[in-house]
Design a protein around this ligand. Structure first.
Ligand SMILES: Nc1ncnc2c1ncn2[C@@H]1O[C@H](COP(=O)(O)OP(=O)(O)OP(=O)(O)O)[C@@H](O)[C@H]1O
Ligand SMILES: [Mg+2]
Length: 341
């Protein structure tokens, strides 16, 4: 859906029409209902939407760690030329997760094990996946561990952690939240991935630290030559960091575009509402009336229609097709094109 026509190379990551359901005691949740997005080489793509829109489920689908009861109903996830949905668990573990795709989790306080030194934890990742200059196979000996340690110290310098050599011998509680997030960013980069996925990596941090981490991520993407998929519910963060943005609502892709264009000329009524409630744009406390629907009983057609001020009769009946609307900008809304019969 979102391929950049100015870029002849295929995107590094391309998610197309992904549909995922999760069965639980409560019933069958239709969590993703046709999600598509592309991440081109060297780009930072933001995924934005309210809580419960399926952002983390999308990330888990790409990483191959969907929860128990989940089923990928249809769609594809192409990464570096292969469909990840066709790979077995062994291939995902050895070649993709933590190796070709690094992951930065949301909560730096929970993601590190309190009883092990940070060096032990970070070097363990490299023990399995190597440092990107080797294939990670073969005997693990002192020389290899020493090489990993040197590379890790270089990365800790790049993420601007004070005293990198001593840092490896400390425990997580000896670091601040922002420093722990720098450690996790270092962990995501340690095996020289091609893509880094970050799921709300700054939400647990104070605003000043958040800004520092965003600046750091932007610099590291250029310095390490990686691409990034950045999940957030904050359009302000998207504006500061991302080249392109994908807007999700209740498991559906609703809009895609270059960040500047999309923020200046949002098309989908959901994107318009989302932008209108951001503190930078809103006059006072503004919200979107209603709530994201439960994935157990989502509305038919466009899932936003019950909350949409511009909804028409057709919106409840048919899911809108994604159509081009402006320069490198697509939208899935009846206002911008009725699907073919
Ligand atoms: N294991 C599960 N079983 C059943 N439903 C689930 C499961 N995990 C997620 N869901 C449902 O899928 C929907 C999307 O959840 P998800 O965590 O992907 O949203 P999100 O956009 O990441 O939200 P947040 O911004 O709060 O992190 C929610 O309705 C949630 O209840
Ligand atoms: Mg989430």
């Amino acid at each position: 859906m979102a391929a950049d026509p100015t870029n002849a190379r295929p995107p590094l990551l391309s998610v197309a029409n992904l549909r995922v359901s999760i069965a639980s005691d409560e019933g069958l949740a239709q969590v993703l209902d046709g999600v598509s997005l592309d991440v081109a080489e060297g780009r930072i793509v933001g995924v934005v939407g309210e809580s419960g829109c399926g952002k983390s489920t999308l990330v888990r689908a790409v990483l191959g760690i969907l929860p128990r009861g989940a089923r990928t109903e249809s769609g594809s996830i192409h990464f570096a030329g292969e469909d990840l949905l066709t790979l077995d668990e062994r291939a995902m573990t050895r070649r993709i997760r933590g190796r070709a795709i690094g992951f930065i989790p949301q909560d730096p306080y929970l993601a590190l094990n309190p009883v092990f030194r940070v060096g032990t934890q970070l070097l363990e990742i490299m023990r399995w996946h190597g440092d990107g200059s080797e294939d990670g196979a073969g005997p693990f000996n002192r020389a290899r561990r020493a090489r990993h340690r040197l590379w890790l110290i270089q990365i800790l310098k790049a993420v601007q952690l004070p005293d990198p050599e001593q840092a490896l011998d400390r425990y997580p509680h000896q670091f601040s939240g922002g420093q722990r997030q720098r450690l996790l960013i270092a962990g995501a980069l340690a095996c020289r991935p091609r893509l880094v996925i970050a799921d709300e990596p700054t939400t647990a941090l104070d605003v000043t630290t958040q800004l520092e981490i965003l600046k750091l991520l932007k610099r590291l993407v250029a310095e390490f030559g990686v691409s990034m998929l950045f999940v957030t519910h904050d359009v302000g963060v998207v504006a500061q960091l991302c080249d392109e943005v994908a807007v999700m609502y209740a498991g559906q892709s609703v809009e895609w575009g270059g960040t500047g264009e999309l923020l200046a000329r949002p098309r989908h009524p959901y994107t318009v509402s989302l932008l209108a409630c951001h503190p930078d744009r809103a006059d006072g406390l503004v919200g979107i009336a209603g709530q994201v629907p439960s994935a157990l009983a989502p509305p038919t057609g466009c899932r936003f229609h019950p909350r949409c001020g511009k909804a028409m009769a057709a919106c409840a009946g048919t899911k809108p097709e994604t159509t081009p609307s402006g320069d490198r900008h697509t939208v899935a809304c009846m206002l911008y094109g009725v699907p073919d019969a």
